[in-house]
Design a protein around this ligand. Sequence first.
Ligand code: SD4
Length: 322
Amino acid sequence: MSSRRKFLEKSLGGAIGLTFAPLLMHGVPPAAPDGPIVLSTWNNKKANQAAWSAVESGKSALDVVEIGVKTVEADPKDMSVGYGGRPDRDGNVTLDASIMNAEGDCGSVCFLQDIKHPIAVARKVMETTPHVMLAGEGAQQFALENGFEAENLLTPEAESAWKNWQKEAKYKPIINIENHDTIGMLAMDKNGDLSGACTTSGLAFKMHGRVGDSPIIGAGLFVDNEVGGAVATGMGEAIVKVCGSFLVVELMRQGRTAEEACKAAVERVVKKQKGHKDFQVCFLALRKDGTYGGYALHKGFMYVVSTQAVPTVMDSLHYLKS
Ligand code: SD4
């Protein structure tokens, strides 16, 4: 018998089984992979490949998500995350990131400048301080004290995008519906444990000091090792207002499939917030039984799934039909 099957049977037979029983009442979820799984938002195949190698070598889900999203933080071509991210309206690259493990521990940093790997700083906050979140100068000071180096993260491409924006300098935080790259990643390791990470440079040309959903536990990321995990991308303000990722996990706890839970969270945004036609909101979720799904407000959201070395890119369903 496969270790995953043994694991699931053990879970269903034990105390966690009480949590799982209702999950089976809501239709038939897509077949769970018989082993670990890695999911990430948008089309970051390289991140999944790095994460998958880490899974295969037996690393914990926490290591896996950190390794996976770091590839995107270091990539100057990704203009929504880490090095190469588009700056705020004053030309500063300011970064947000969060991480959460199977024990329910979490760490995050927001409004962090000059540090290439905010996800690693978030993990350090989680593992070495009594706190969950550090912001701005304090987060940077903590990073420097812990051996991270300060470096200029503004690439010539991002600077020229900012200079172009300055010609009109219209401040309307509308998120481009087709073009995002913020990475949220969820992983289940060989032991069946879950972790998640989320990292971004946030809205391009945002107000200086603006913080989005990605570093807010429960908004951009939430993991409950008994139920599942969720990550979000899109207009952070809209995601924060509904505690999006926490909502998705709680809906899965009540028995929704991953896709149903993501859809219900998008519908909550639509119901509660004006102007939803002008911004994108997307959720991606993984349940403890290995099933997964995503859902977006607008067309165009995709996510990458790894259950083997070659990742698969999936188009998400979406709420608005035109
Ligand atoms: C934010 N949610 O800061 C992020 C932006 C994003 O792809 O997801 N961009 O609001």
